[in-house]
Design a protein around this ligand. Structure first.
Ligand code: PRP
Ligand code: URA
Length: 210
């Protein structure tokens, strides 16, 4: 239906996402599951990383074997809720550098407001993955992508848990080369631009702030 949009329909991801969505799931379990789903999604997001052959010695003989080559990875959570996805990624890719972009969505205008940014100095040499569980209007994701592009980033992917069609359309329109990885595409945005059925407010559910 959309180019460059990958929906992760693995049964483990779908099962865990159902528990994440459930309003009865408390912050501890919510955090654990967001981390687990992020780890499972990291497997797909990194599928096309280039490999090179190196020579090693096993206990039996010398042999050639493969390691990841080329650009290194950078992960960039959008604060706050993107933080919940960092550890899952780092478990699979411990050498990744982590940048942070602080954005919140103004409840009146729904426009993203920037309040923090700290990125690895070599982002132009890295494959970057933006982490944010919710792609709603797409305003925050587009602001994050523009942020990184303005600072020299070349390769950018976006990983979220739940996307609304409106958010996907916006990212596709403004940044068609950015691949979007999501565990689900939901139905619509409500009057407050919350994703329906969604999971509620991701930041509040992660950190127990409501
Ligand atoms: C949420 C979410 C995204 C944004 C998505 O963050 O984590 O960053 O909203 O909405 P959009 O696609 O319409 O921009 P929020 O602004 O609630 O901040 P928080 O993570 O600090 O709670
Ligand atoms: N931000 C959230 O945390 N949830 C939504 O449904 C939309 C934006």
């Amino acid at each position: 239906m959309w180019d460059n949009v990958y929906i992760m329909d693995h049964p483990l991801i779908q099962h865990k996402l159902t528990i994440i969505r459930d309003a009865r799931t408390g912050p501890k379990e919510f955090r654990e599951l967001v981390e687990e789903v992020s780890l499972l999604m990291a497997y797909e997001v990194t599928r096309n990383l280039p490999l090179e052959e190196v020579e090693i010695e096993t206990p039996l003989c010398r042999t050639k074997s493969k390691v990841i080559s080329g650009k290194k990875l950078g992960i960039v959570p959008i604060l706050r809720a993107g933080l919940g996805m960092v550890n899952g990624m780092l478990k699979l890719i411990p050498a990744a550098k982590v940048g942070h972009i602080g954005l919140y969505r103004d409840p009146e205008t729904l426009k993203p407001v920037e309040y923090y940014c700290k990125l690895p100095s070599d982002i132009n040499e890295r494959e970057l993955v933006i982490l944010d569980p919710m792609l709603a209007t797409g305003g925050s994701a587009c602001a994050g992508i523009e942020f990184l592009k303005d600072r020299g980033a070349g390769s950018i992917k976006l990983m979220c848990l739940i996307a609304a069609p409106e958010g996907i359309d916006k990212v596709r329109k403004h940044h068609p080369e950015v691949e979007i990885y999501t565990a689900a595409v939901d139905e619509y945005l409500n009057d407050h631009a919350y994703i329906v059925p969604g999971l509620g407010d991701a930041g509040d559910r992660l950190f127990g702030t409501k």
